[in-house]
Structure formats: C-alpha cells, structure tokens
Design a protein around this ligand. Sequence first.
Ligand SMILES: [Fe+2]
Ligand SMILES: [Fe+2]
Length: 262
Amino acid sequence: MATVSDIIAFVQESVGHSLRSDEGVQHGSAEDEVENVVVCWMATREALRRAGEAGADLVIGHESLYYPYNAVNRTDLPGGWQAWRINRTRAELLDAHRLTFVRLHGSLDELCIFDDFAAKLGLGEPVQADGLAKVYEIEPCTLRELADRVKERAGMAHVRVSAPDGLDRAVSRVGLPWGGLGLFVNVGYQQKLLEAGCDVLIAGEACSYGFRFSAECGVPMIETSHEGSENPGLRHFCDILRERFPELNIEFFEVAPSWGWH
Ligand SMILES: [Fe+2]
Ligand SMILES: [Fe+2]
C-alpha cells in the first residue's frame, strides 16, 4: 500500500527537486498508509468535512492550512493564532477524522497548475519563458474583446479590469499572474512580466495595490479568481496521481471563490 512518503517522492521526482520549505506533511505522519485521498485548493472546513465523509486518510491542499498565511513555518505569529475559530475548526476536523495533511504548493504550480490555467484561457505555447514567467502572443484584439473572452473561458459573469488607457486599446502579449501572483505581496512577478514586454496581464486574484502596480506602468490587468485559476490544475493533478497510484481512491474537492457578485 502506498504511504504519504511515496506520494511526496513521486511529486519530487516529477518536478526534479525536493519539496519547498512551505510544503510537506503539516499534520499527521509521512509514514501513514493511504487508501483514500482528497485533493483541494485549500483545506477549508467544507473540504475537511467532505474528506471525513469520504473516509479519506490524506488531504492534499495547495494553500496554507492555517491563518496567518503559512503559519506552520513562521516565527512572527500573533499570540493565540491557534485558537482563532477558523484554525481551531480545521485542526479539530483533521484530528476528528484522523487526517494527514500535505501541502503541495509551488511544486504543483510547476507540475501542472500554471500550464492548465494557460490552457483554460485557450493560449498556445509561450513565446518566451523564464521558469514560470511565461509570455504568450495572441492575435491583436482590444482589451474589451480579451476581457469578454476571459469571462467566457473562466465561466464568469463579470471580471475586474484595470484599463489605464481604456478598453479599446489593442493588446497582444499576455502574461499570467496566476493564483495570487496579482496580489501586492507578489508584485515582483508582475515586474518580471513587464520587463518581458507583456502588454496585458490575466491574473488569478489581484487587489487594489496589485492592479495599480501594472496600471501605473500603462499595462492593464484582467482578474479571474485565485481558486478558478488553480482548480483546473489541481483537478489534473488527481489524474496524474491516479495514473501513478491506480490503487488509490482520489477525489477532487472543488473549493469555490469565497465571494460573489451581487
Ligand atoms: Fe499556486
Ligand atoms: Fe495560490
């Protein structure tokens, strides 16, 4: 029977490096034998309840298990963070259902999440790539047309768009700050895309500071959502795992955005 360690070894082999410092077993044990796995974008209360119902032994999540971000390996945490309701509930559910939790973050971005977001948007091969800083060329179109296409591809009724020169401006060189790379804490990634000559960005999640960074440089950004930009790759990862470990039952739990339009 496969163990948690076997799954981690497979991911490391697939990406060609050890897990990063924010990844790995963050609850439970690497030596546990595994039969039923739930893969999710974040180990939310709902995801953990579903894992319990499904009789899972292992939850693989892409995002931070607790708040503040990456709490499991930080030293600057506010006092009492473990007692915050969201954290306490998640920890209690993990214990109650005897779940092991593994975070697979950057390794899955590399393995499939980034490329699956590009594929979801209908982009072909990148014309330039420096690691995951990739540039795609599309037939020139207006920002308005591209935003409409993104809405259709992402299945969203609305998207937020920064349009420093209006919606009729032509765009053709696309960069993808997927996941949370459109947020202000990650503007270093936007900077790389600007240096690579992108004239439009399609983000997972952005924020006011993040939108402003590229907009003030004259480059518009279209936002989809953090979850929506990463769920396709996480679903794909389930297939990758099934192929390597056919004996496992693997379920994808789709975490939807935590907000909506009204
Ligand atoms: Fe990610
Ligand atoms: Fe993310």
